[in-house]
Design a protein around this ligand. Structure first.
Ligand SMILES: Nc1nc2c(ncn2[C@@H]2O[C@H](COP(=O)(O)OP(=O)(O)OP(=O)(O)O)[C@@H](O)[C@H]2O)c(=O)[nH]1
Length: 344
């Protein structure tokens, strides 16, 4: 009899709060698989109306874009359809899903395991990228965002404490302790820009034999790595805590996160742009987009995460508008718009 496990397509879910480094890891994983001649397909999910991170993804990689919503709630039903059509059209060897930073991985795990009932996929890992400095700062303040970060850590089968370059040695110890208190079983590594030995995620050749709940189709067993069965316990609690309450959940864990997409109709002055970004209120903690600087006429992708701005010159692979996406908590869109009109 054919071994069903051998022909299941492994799925890896990349989780982690906004700006923690998921796309950085996704790109590394794509390069890793490409070098190993493994055909990878990607599902990218963005809260905004445009897939900015997708700009940097190799065009030859089959990609499903799920925009303007979070796959853990508003469009979780679509995830199954996207996965199914990626498989039918491209027959990938492995699928990577990058969730929005606002997503609770538990809901996505549900959607993936539901899909496993009619497609031959197998959720192999939930890799949570933790923004080290941000976790420390949020742990001191508490609140909904900290609760969401904790849920993301609890559900992980693999943990990366990223942005170690921004942590003093004693802070690194503090973050690792915090993470360990929430999840004592997942392998944990501290990284800078998610540089890690990616073979640690490569369980594709050796499916583990742990069977999670509700992931069965006929005699096909779905598997998660060793220890992942602990999900039933830790995420079961997280579920309750974050108000999901199983199906028909309320998304209480992240409904405080809001997003605003603003399209630009002209180039901007780079100095005014920088000054504007530096002056963003604290409750806008993430922004990204594409702008044309009027001084040179060149286009730049900008990334703003927790008060740090990075601009990278780009040549978009497909037509894309100049656009800025702002993500935060309860910020005033009208105030941002007035400031943009005044300063850009
Ligand atoms: N200093 C520092 N910056 C990093 C590190 N890793 C990533 N970054 C930067 O942090 C920003 C966010 O990184 P991304 O990989 O886009 O994060 P993300 O989790 O995909 O962000 P969202 O998709 O918005 O949730 C970018 O400007 C990265 O260059 C790191 O280890 N150290």
């Amino acid at each position: 009899m054919e071994n069903v496990q051998e022909r299941l397509i492994p799925v890896h879910l990349l989780s982690g709060f906004l700006g923690s480094g998921k796309t950085t890891l996704l790109n590394r994983l794509m390069d890793y698989y490409k070098a190993a001649d493994v055909k990878v397909a990607v599902v990218m999910n963005e809260l905004g109306e445009v897939n900015l991170d997708g700009q940097f993804v190799d065009q030859s990689v089959p990609m499903a874009e799920m925009l303007s919503g979070c796959i853990c709630c508003s469009i979780s039903g679509d995830l199954s359809m996207e996965l199914k059509s990626l498989i039918d059209e491209h027959q990938p060897d492995v699928i990577l899903i990058e969730a929005t930073g606002a997503a609770n991985p538990m809901e996505i795990m549900d959607a993936v395991t539901e899909t496993a009932m009619f497609a031959h996929i197998d959720l192999r890992s939930v890799i949570t990228v933790v923004d080290g400095p941000e976790l420390i700062s949020r742990s001191r303040r508490g609140g909904k965002t900290f609760r969401l970060m904790k849920d993301q850590i609890r559900c992980a089968t693999d943990l990366i404490v990223n942005k170690a370059d921004k942590l003093a040695p004693e802070e690194l110890v503090e973050v690792q302790q915090l993470v360990r208190e929430l999840n004592s079983y997942a392998p944990l590594e501290a990284t800078v820009r998610c540089v890690t030995d990616l073979s640690r995620f490569d369980r594709d050749a050796k499916p583990a034999g742990v069977k999670p709940q509700a992931a069965k189709s006929g005699d096909e067993e779905q598997s998660l790595p060793d220890g992942a069965h602990v999900h039933d316990e830790s995420c079961g609690h997280a579920h309750g805590q974050c108000g999901h309450g199983g199906h028909g959940h309320s998304h209480a864990s992240h409904d405080h996160v809001m997003t605003w997409t603003h399209y630009l109709d002209k180039p901007v002055n780079s100095h005014s742009f920088e000054a504007f970004m530096k002056g963003l209120p604290d409750n806008v903690y993430r922004a990204k987009g594409i702008v044309t600087f009027e001084e040179t006429g060149s286009r730049y992708m900008f990334q703003y995460a927790y008060r740090e701005l990075e601009c990278t010159r780009i040549t978009p692979q497909a037509p894309v508008n100049d656009v800025a996406v702002f993500i935060g908590e309860h910020f005033r869109k009208d105030e941002l718009l007035s400031a943009i009109h005044a300063q850009w």
